[in-house]
Design a protein around this ligand. Sequence first.
Ligand code: NAD
Length: 372
Amino acid sequence: MFWNYAQPVSIRFGNGRIAELGREINALGGKTGILITSPSFEKRGFVQKIIADSNQLVKAVYSNVNPNPDITECEDCIALIQKHQCDFVVALGGGSVLDCAKAAALMATAGLPVSAYMDDASLLPAKGLPLIAVPTTAGTGSEISSVSVLSDYQKKVKKPLATPAFFPTLAIIDPELTLTVPRHTTACTGMDVLCHALEAFWSRQHQPICDSFAINATRLVMQNLRTACDEPGNLTARERMAEASVLAGLAFTVPRTNCSHACSYPLTNDLGIPHGEACALTIDHFMRINAENDDGRLKMLANMLGYPSAFDLADAITQLKKDIGIMPDLKAFDLTDEQVESLVQNSQNPILKLNPVEITPDMLRDMYSQMR
Ligand code: NAD
């Protein structure tokens, strides 16, 4: 067996560690920074707090990143970075903010429009500005991943771009920042964590270091996501979910995500379902398909977590989805045949091939038809 592992992102984990921002910027040699965030953080006064924590080294702010960021938001960030001649970037927010900031920090160093990189990721530059990523959801793992997921609303495309140059320089994971995440977003982002862990574990590119992260992340989600949803102020549950999120991010960086993430892109694009909920819709279904063809690894995972079989773990995931209010099917959308076909076609992302069982268009058609 041959495998590689490298993780270039320095990680600082712990409650209150956002206060170390200024020291970290000094260590990077940053002089003029931009903060990239979302409107809700600006409203809640976080922009001023980050500027203060940065010892006033953050001198420009872009606070208009929305969920599933459009390439125009990324273009706006690039323009501000260039206008202020920023030499570092701080990203504060959920995966949407982190992905937009990762793309802007890299693309600002070159001259092409963002759409050019969406069409051809091989054009991406090799090195961007130093980026400090501060996640505020326990979900995407974007703070330690080499992926940026961007949307082009005009072309109705949402897709992941991947390059080692997207790795942030530093991730500050401060679980206290997740205390304000609303219940449904906690549920969706928590299921995203579970999907990262499971898809990494069963990926054709699985390897032992990432397996360890994936097993632990799965355990943490199964034990803590209900509490994080039911008791939003429970800091221990929030800490455990933040830990699960970073472990699951580490778990999928090499093996990559596959089946549920491939399907999530059209579910979000066509139907507007939040990313984590879109992933969660299909994860238990794919777990059962993969369990039918298990080489023993899924049973081992289930046993390690205290379930007799992978099918029992799949049932536990279905129950977890119910308990935390994740939509169980697509009945609410009253899908037409054309919409089902569009989902089938647009789920055939290249990452689907990393699922251990070949997922054919007919299998996708059956799955979406059952969900209607
Ligand atoms: P998000 O960033 O879209 O945020 C969802 C909502 O929660 C937003 O309205 C946001 O303002 C709000 N929010 C965020 N933090 C909050 C807080 N602490 N308190 C209150 N509200 C808060 O959600 P997400 O699930 O973190 O990110 C999803 C995006 O990340 C998708 O575009 C998805 O495709 C992408 N993604 C990227 C990777 C990667 O490796 N780069 C991996 C998985 C998903």
